[in-house]
Design a protein around this ligand. Structure first.
Ligand SMILES: Nc1nc2c(ncn2[C@@H]2O[C@H](COP(=O)(O)OP(=O)(O)OP(=O)(O)O)[C@@H](O)[C@H]2O)c(=O)[nH]1
Length: 318
């Protein structure tokens, strides 16, 4: 144990004034409520600096309840009353309203003081200002939400990424199977993109990917439809509730919108502009169908479209 320096004079802690000085010099705000009358018998003067309400204005528990943010009031009061009635020490976080109409996050730590017969005599506690902590927590939550969103975005093109597709596709598959509605897929691959990169450079290749992604995203713009980048220069449109004819129209729309973009491609074997090939298919999933097998089938159609000369779609096996 550390020994005290020789000049140290212990304070006579039986002096009530010493306790008061100590209590009133802390950042935590002490208070006491008489259980029988539900009235404050003490609250530290620091409360005025924190909330703007003078100590004298804290008369009954109603003053406390009235100064709790209305979204937190009921649950805080219910919780504290229930805990106190059971004689259980507890703590509650809530927003207290300041005299100027702002709010401060408070952590109220409550100790239930019992009489010798075991009944509750009073409640004593400390209020801590935890606003900074709550703001930091809120900031972290906000960042986590943003991160969650970003983790489902392809960072180059801004459309959904493979992870998003892998999350949404099985869910839409299950929904289509349960409802008996059709589900369509369009897999899109840029033609001669290696040659594009070789000729224009990787930076312009990236720009081309962004523009193609924007076109496909516009083509997919319908509630519930998804455009995702599967990787490289390959994209997919997931079209729940779309039948074979609707999927074919959508795929043709992708080609048409891209043609309107008129992105030059001097080294394409399919013309002088950037073009795409598309594999298209529709299914009403049955119990024996598998989403991976269906995806592979559409991928094979894409390669049929490539083999047949590119800049076209294929929606059936050859
Ligand atoms: N700029 C850029 N290029 C990429 C990216 N991801 C993949 N690529 C390129 O995309 C090209 C794909 O080439 P291939 O798979 O041979 O396909 P292709 O040249 O389009 O040929 P076909 O699909 O048969 O028409 C490769 O040169 C990759 O380097 C990317 O994020 N940015």
């Amino acid at each position: 144990m550390t020994s005290l320096p020789p000049h140290f004079q212990p304070v006579a802690c039986d002096e009530p004034g010493v306790y008061r000085t100590l209590l009133e010099s802390t950042k935590a705000i002490p208070w006491r409520i008489d259980w029988a009358t539900m009235r404050f018998t003490y609250i530290g003067p620091q409360i005025e600096a924190l909330l703007g309400w003078s100590p004298a204005s804290w008369q009954s528990v109603n003053d406390w309840a009235d100064r709790i943010h209305e979204e937190d009031r009921q649950k805080t009061v219910d919780f504290c009353v229930a805990q106190s009635q059971q004689g259980v020490d507890h703590e509650a976080d809530y927003r207290a309203i300041t005299r100027h109409g702002e709010y401060v996050w408070i952590r109220d730590v409550v100790h239930v003081v019992r009489r010798p017969d075991g009944s509750v005599g009073s409640l004593v506690g400390f209020m801590f200002d935890i606003t900074a902590r709550k703001q930091a927590e809120e900031k972290i939550l906000q960042l986590q939400r943003e991160l969650e969103i970003l983790s489902y975005r392809d960072s180059l093109t801004g459309v959904a990424n493979r992870r998003m597709f892998d999350t949404v596709y099985p869910a839409q598959w299950a929904k289509a199977r349960d409802t008996g509605h059709p589900l369509s897929l369009v897999i899109v691959d840029i033609d001669y993109f290696k040659q594009y990169n070789d000729h224009y450079g990787h930076v312009q290749g990236d720009e081309c990917l962004r523009r193609v992604a924007q076109v496909l995203d516009t083509a997919a713009s319908h509630p519930g439809h998804l455009c995702a980048r599967l990787g490289g220069e390959e994209f997919v449109l997931l079209l729940p509730g779309t039948d074979a004819e609707g999927a074919r129209i959508k795929a043709e729309r992708c080609r048409k919108l891209l043609a309107q973009e008129e992105i030059p491609h001097a080294r394409s074997g399919a013309g002088r502009l950037v073009t795409v090939s598309l594999g298209v298919g529709t299914i009403v999933p049955g119990a024996g169908d598998d989403p991976g097998v269906f995806l592979d089938r559409i991928d094979r159609r894409l390669y049929q479209a490539k083999s047949a000369g590119r800049d076209r779609l294929c929606d059936a096996e050859a």
